[in-house]
Design a protein around this ligand. Sequence first.
Ligand code: ATP
Length: 443
Amino acid sequence: MKNSTPELMEKLVSLCKRRGFIFQSSEIYGGINGFWDYGPYGTAMKKAVEQLWWHEMVETRQNVEGLDSTVICHPKVWKASGHLDKFGDLMTDCRDCKARHRVDQMEDKSLCPGCGSKNLTEPREFNLMMKTYVGPVSDEDHAAYLRAETCQPIFVDFHLVRIAARQTLPFGIAQIGKAFRNEINPRNFIFRSREFTQMEMEFFCEDEEAMNWYEYWKNERIKYYREILGFGEDELKIHDHETLAHYAKAALDIEFKFPFGWGELEGVHHRGTWDLGRHQEFSGENLEYFDQEKNKKIMPTVIETSVGLDRTMLALLCHAYDEDSAETKKEGMQEDIRIVLRLPPRVAPVQAAILPLAKKLSENAEKLYKDISRFYRAEFDVTGSIGKRYRRQDEIGTPYCLTFDFDSLNDNSVTVRDRDSMKQERVSTDQLKSYLDKLVYNI
Ligand code: ATP
C-alpha cells in the first residue's frame, strides 16, 4: 500500500518544502521544534480544508452554530476544565542520550526508544499548557494560558450563543482555531506539533438521546472521510476506547494509516455533563437549560467531534502522494517517473491551471485566467515547455490544466487535461464553468 512506506514521509516533507506547502518555522534561525509554517500552496490548501469542514459541519446544518473565541481566556477556564491541574503526560528522561519520552508511547517502558539505555528517570507529570502573562506585570497574579483545545470556550459561551442564535436542544456549536500544547516530543512532521489548528464541534442534547447522537456523529464523520475526502477502507479505522473518563459513556478515535503507523485523526467523545457542570461550579453562573416540554431545568449532555486541521492535511497529503512511470511517456517527457498529488479537487491548492502554449497567447489566456479565478483557485503559468508545466501542476495536485493554444483564438475552446488519467478534452470556454463545476463539486 502506497501510504505505508517509510520513505513516503521523507518524500512528502521534501516536496512540501520544495513546492511551498509546509516548512519549518524560523528556518533561518535553525528552526524551532514543533512549529511549522504553511507556504503559498499549503495555505491555499489549508484554507480549503478548513472551509470544507466548516461547510459540512456548520453551513449546511441548521442545528450547528459557529464561534470564534480568543486564544487566551480567563485562567479559571483552565482550572475548571482540569487542564491546569492534570493536563499532562507522564514522561521520563534518558540519562544517557538526554532524550525525553512520553511513557504511554514507549513500547518497552524500561528502555529508552532512542538509544536503548535502561538509565531512565522515574516517570513524572509534565503540564502541557503554555503560559504567558497578561498586562505589564509578569507575576503569578497575571499568569494566563494559551488554550490547549478550542472546545472550552464553546462551553463557556454556551448560553450566549444559544440565546443569540435562538437555538433549542439539541444543537451544536463549532469552532476552528489554534491550540497550543507544550508537547514533550513533537514529531512526525505536522502530526504532533506545539501550535496547531483544531476543528471542534460540541453537540448539546438531552442525556437520553446522547448515545443516538454519538452514533449519528460517528457515522457522519466517517462518511465525511470516505465520501468527501475519499479515504479508502484500508486507510481508516475506528478505535473504541476501552477505558473511559469517569463522566463519559463512550469515546472513539478515527485513525488514519500514516506512513509511520496508525495515528489518531479525530476523536468522537461522549462528554456527559462534565464540562458545563464544571464551568457552572467554578463561575457560579447557572449553565442549565430550561426544557419547556418537561418544564424543568436540565444540564445538557455533550457529544464532541474533534479533529486536527494539520493532521487532516497530513492525511490528505499521504493519501494523495503517488508516483507513476509509464504514463509520462504519453506526454513526450524524457523522465519516466511522474510525481503526482491526487488531491480531491475541492481541496487542491490550485484547481485549474491556465497554460498558454506560447508566450504570444498570454494576453488572451490571461483573460481566461481572470474569468476562471472568480470561481476557482487558479494559476497562470507561461514558463517552460508544456510538458514541464504539466509536471509542475501534477506535483502540487492541480486536477485540471487548461491549455490555451493557437486554435483557441478562433474556436474559443481550450484543451482540458485531467491530472489522473492525463486524458485531454476540448471544451468551449463558455462551457468551462459548468464543465468544472460538475467535476469539482459534482453539480
Ligand atoms: P494524542 O493522543 O495524539 O496526543 P489527543 O487524544 O490528546 O491526541 P485530543 O485532545 O482529543 O487529542 O485533540 C483532538 C484532535 O486534535 C486530535 O485528534 C488531533 O487531530 C489534534 N491534535 C491533538 N494534539 C495535537 C498536536 N500536538 N499536534 C497536531 N494535532 C493535534
